[in-house]
Ligand binder design. Structure first.
Ligand SMILES: [Zn+2]
Length: 178
């Protein structure tokens, strides 16, 4: 397995719409290796999710893993592969929450998102699945799916004044919230 180079904003791949994954390549060795390499890359950089365009692959593929020890979540979300994901918001409620991104290093900002959604996708065996997500998981899924359309969280921010370096976040924001 390899740790992949992460594309940062400014690289065109981060802003391009990704292509649907053809079902027939999902079981191919190279595609399975891409999934494994994305998992390693996400762990290496302490991400909770990673989308293929962030590793220079213009495919509708993302991986997610939210550990139970992560204070932003109430439940552990095991390693999950999203191929050709489609999300549909549930209800009208939006919620503000902090987001960061491996393609925008060292920054965090407050982003409004629908609170709950239904996800439909294929798993790494090419089998369809669906799930309902709320709270932090819904946020992570939406953040990763945005990457597949060439969108980053900055585009969704309503007030850029919350944009904060992680060190200042730890020193001031996080401190104040406790
Ligand atoms: Zn991101």
């Amino acid at each position: 397995m390899s740790i992949l180079k992460v594309a940062r904003i400014g690289h065109p791949v981060v802003r391009a719409a990704a292509k649907a994954v053809p079902k027939e390549i999902i079981r191919d060795r190279l595609f399975q290796k891409l999934i494994d390499d994305m998992r390693e890359t996400m762990y290496e950089y302490d991400g909770v999710g990673l989308a293929a365009p962030q590793v220079h692959e213009g495919l509708r593929l993302a991986v997610i893993h939210v550990r139970g020890s992560d204070e932003r979540t109430e439940t552990e979300v095991p390693f999950t592969v999203l191929i050709n994901p489609v999300t549909t918001p549930i209800g009208e409620d939006n919620e503000n929450g902090w987001e960061g991104c491996l393609s925008i290093p060292d920054l965090r900002g407050v982003v409004p998102r629908p609170k709950a959604l239904k996800l439909e996708a294929l798993d790494r065996a090419g089998e369809p699945y669906s799930l309902e997500a709320h709270g932090f998981l819904a946020r992570v899924i939406q953040h990763e799916c945005d990457h597949l359309d060439g969108r980053v969280y900055l585009d969704r921010m309503e007030d850029m004044r919350s944009l904060t370096f992680i060190k200042e976040f730890e020193d001031h924001v996080h401190h104040d919230e406790e």
